[in-house]
Design a protein around this ligand. Sequence first.
Ligand SMILES: [Zn+2]
Ligand SMILES: [Zn+2]
Length: 240
Amino acid sequence: MTRAEILYGVAAAGANLLGALAVTTRARWSLKALDAMLAVAAGFILSVALLDLFPEAIAANGTRGPVVMLAAYLLVHFTQHTIGQHFHFGEETHEVTQVVSVSALVGLLMHTFVDGVAVASSLRVSSALGALVFLAVLLHKFPEGLAISSLFLAAGAGRTRALLAAAALGAATILGIVVTSQLPVLRDYGLAISAGVTLYVGASNLVPEFQAKRGWKIPLSFMIGCGLYFAARSITAAVR
Ligand SMILES: [Zn+2]
Ligand SMILES: [Zn+2]
């Protein structure tokens, strides 16, 4: 593992745990800030998916790239909403069964594994792209940890198990970073898989959380997320 891979992996897993801690310690600010946080993350993630990962995947795989992207998109849907019986980003506010919480965790592991694959595959392209994709991952790790922990709490689990669930997501991301250079399928198609999964996380996990909300705060946060992407891109390009 390179130094950047270790740093990004630990930071991403740490943000999963922070999100879990926010909900297990009932930090009210975190829930109030959550909607805006989800919207900023969605803007950033969609920008990275469409402006970086898509073109890079097509450059790497040609016409096969989009086919892999579609397959990856469908696979996240299958793992999160077929194996997983109930999952949404954001705090769980109603009671759920244990089967629901465990199946959601199993379903989420595929996406969080690919969070790691995305970071490692883009680091192989350039350190600038690696930094951008890492930021896209980092921005949704806090809500991701918060969501799984609150789901576990809603299913009646104690705080320790709720934290462990978020830790499992972080571990899956680190595993994704570690194995990307070892597995031929990830070495060849890692960018295309990441593009499809990242599109799903942005457009199909995050956007539905806030699209019904009224007012200007949320759409503004969404656009700020896109603006942050362009700011980060010019900074990483300048550093390179
Ligand atoms: Zn729910
Ligand atoms: Zn994720």
